[in-house]
Design a protein around this ligand. Structure first.
Ligand code: F6P
Length: 319
């Protein structure tokens, strides 16, 4: 294999640039040309593909976002759209593709590999929603961003005897809420897994305030679960805390990647090049029990996460 391409797709994640850099550095040492596909699958379909030079990846290790740009392209499910993408690669003599993204990106890669394109996935998403890997690139930085924001909210909450209801990202997955709940010592987390009993929360807020003498309280809710503003209003009306709410939003996704994400991305980028050069199409790079391994994309998507259950147990024992 002499020519490979890389794209980033879905929500950008801090550390994607570190992965692009690793792919470029490792591949060019082996005499392989690397092409950057701009704007994810949209750019692949439209032929926004350019040969990368070493200089293109210098000084990007510490930058958030992705130098290649990203997009979401639901139409990539269609056969005709996939064929257009395949033709773009074939016209340029590109024999292998590395995709960096979340579950939607992986499904695209699976389709391409089933159609004969040698394709490998790297998990790049703040959501940590690919069960086959313990960590995805960007998750640790997003977690850091949340903890940093909650630390600040805690300071002002305790000064004003407040309860903050904080919405974090995660799409349909609970990792960001669960891990930040543990890291921030929140009183409650609300995720698909915990469910939502508003009356119970109000009752417990009263208990924390009266019986435990807490000066502030933090509730972290995964996005799409509840209306944080309404819950904060009810807390103000029915408990002695004054309720406030905040949606952290895209702040969570930005910023320079933390070292953990830079290192993970570098390891995964290197491994992805090896997989591709060994023609292991339809595989993705995972981190399991501290080892970088390859798994079939289907298996990585359909796996059940064991860590999550242990983390819920931990949260419940700490609260
Ligand atoms: O997948 C990453 C993510 O940030 C999710 O947590 C969130 O649901 C979604 O992307 C937001 O998408 P957009 O950036 O398109 O608004």
């Amino acid at each position: 294999m002499k020519k490979i391409a890389v794209l980033t797709s879905g929500g950008d994640a801090p550390g994607m640039n570190a992965a692009i850099r690793a792919i470029m550095r490792v591949a060019s040492r082996k005499g392989v040309e690397v092409y950057g596909v701009y704007d994810g699958y949209t750019g692949l379909v439209n032929g926004k593909i350019e040969k990368l030079k070493n200089i293109d990846v210098s000084e990007i290790l510490s930058r958030g976002g992705t130098i290649l740009g990203s997009s979401r392209l639901p139409e990539f499910k269609e056969n005709q759209v996939q064929m257009q993408a395949i033709n773009q690669l074939k016209e340029r003599g590109i024999e292998g593709l590395i995709v960096i993204g979340g579950d939607g990106t992986y499904r695209g890669a699976l389709e391409l590999s089933q159609k004969g394109i040698c394709c490998v996935g790297i998990p790049g998403t703040i959501d940590n929603d690919i069960n086959g890997t313990d960590e995805t690139i960007g998750f640790h930085t997003a977690l850091y961003n949340i903890v940093d924001a909650v630390n600040k909210l805690r300071d002002t909450s305790s000064s004003h005897h407040r309860c903050f209801v904080i919405e974090v990202m995660g799409n349909n997955k609970d990792s960001l809420a669960l891990y930040s709940g543990i890291a921030c010592g929140s009183e409650f987390i609300i995720t698909k897994n915990t469910g939502y009993d508003e009356d119970y929360i109000i009752q417990m807020m009263d208990y924390y305030e009266k019986q435990q003498g807490k000066k502030h309280a933090i509730i972290i809710a995964s996005e799409k679960m509840i209306d944080v503003e309404k819950l904060a209003e009810r807390i103000s009306k029915e408990t002695h805390f004054s309720g406030r709410s905040i949606v952290l939003g895209h702040i969570q996704r930005g910023g320079s990647p933390v070292p953990q994400d830079r290192i993970l991305a570098s390891q995964m980028g290197q491994y992805a090049v090896e997989l591709l050069l060994n023609h292991q199409s339809g595989y993705c790079v995972c981190k399991k029990d501290n080892h970088i391994i390859a798994r079939k994309i289907e298996d990585a998507l359909n796996d059940v996460s064991e860590i999550q259950e242990r983390m819920y147990q931990l949260f419940n024992e700490l609260v």
